[in-house]
Design a protein around this ligand. Structure first.
Ligand code: BEZ
Ligand code: FE
Length: 298
């Protein structure tokens, strides 16, 4: 009969899991148990605190729906998604454009628009242009790459946050031309708070954090034989550019909309950004996140 204490309980749990046939599952589960047990000992967790944690995670699960992924949000605000992204970038055979969070507002099946189209259905502020080229890491164009974009409105809301969220807005898919070039019009998005009306928002408030993300436009770019790129461009003049609640900003992704004589749409302020995709690695997926509807259906 085992007589367990706070240390030997860890050994006993690891021993029971020792025959896990999948080596990667074993590595991950072993490390999770070791770190979790060490955390419990470290903070001397009381039964009441443990129950509070269980109740919190229960609320996080209950908040998940086909249009909301509270667990991804939790991973984001704790910086876990940023660490996974950083490790993923480091593993790239060559470093393409830096990645950033997919976030909870990505949707599959956005309308495919012609290059140059405006992705905002009801623009109420000046339009801007985004343009550039999708290349491989040597600068060779990737013809007909698929560029998916989504963003908040000039008021700081995603279409998913609107009452009529069945109607997609401020998102589109574009096929680059034969030289890998893309361009589209949009409104300058406004920075916005992460969804604060659920358990994760409650936690962020309890930590005295502002909860904002700086203004940005998301990109998900794919081309045959290349790693899918999940990234975002951030507007440098946003008040929260240095304090993103979900740690998505990197210097290389910060842009400004400015007069640009080379812009394909004269007269509008423009952001020029070229994306570089690393070569594909067999069986690897580059997305930290998913359409919430897909996760809810699994
Ligand atoms: C977003 O950029 O859409 C986002 C990312 C992480 C958490 C909340 C929002
Ligand atoms: Fe976003």
């Amino acid at each position: 009969m085992q007589d367990l204490d706070e240390f030997t309980a860890t050994d006993a749990a690891l021993a029971q899991m020792a025959a896990t046939p999948d080596p990667r599952l074993k590595e991950i589960a072993d490390a999770a148990v070791r770190h979790l047990h060490a955390f419990v000992r470290d903070v001397n967790l009381t039964p009441a605190e443990w129950l509070t944690g269980i109740a919190f995670l229960t609320q996080v699960g209950k908040a998940c729906t086909p249009v909301r992924q509270e667990f991804i949000l939790l991973s984001d605000v704790l910086g876990v998604s940023a660490v996974v992204n950083a490790l993923h970038d480091k593993k790239a055979r060559e470093l393409g454009t830096q990645s950033s969070l997919l976030g909870p507002f990505y949707r599959e099946g956005a309308p495919e628009l012609e290059l140059g189209a405006c992705i905002a259905r009801h623009p109420s502020s000046a339009q801007i242009v985004l343009y550039g080229q999708v290349t491989d890491n040597d600068g060779a164009p990737l013809p007909h790459a698929l560029v998916q974009v989504w963003q908040t409105s000039e008021h700081g809301l995603y279409d998913l946050q609107a009452a009529d969220h069945e109607n997609m807005d401020l998102r589109a898919n574009f096929r680059c031309d034969a030289e890998g070039r893309y361009h589209f019009r949009t409104v300058r998005p406004l920075g916005y708070p992460i969804p604060m009306d659920g358990p994760v928002g409650q936690m962020v408030r309890a930590q005295n954090r502002h909860g904002f993300r700086p203004a940005h436009i998301h990109f998900l770019i794919g081309a045959e034989g290349h790693r899918e790129l999940v990234t975002a461009l951030y507007f440098g003049d946003d008040d929260h550019i240095d304090s993103d609640t979900v740690f998505g900003v990197s210097g290389s992704l910060v842009v400004t909309a400015a007069e640009d004589p080379k812009s394909p749409v004269p007269g509008l302020k423009a952001v020029h950004f070229d994306f570089r995709l690393a070569r594909a690695v067999e069986g690897e997926m580059g997305r930290v996140g998913a359409d919430p509807a897909r996760l809810a259906a699994e």
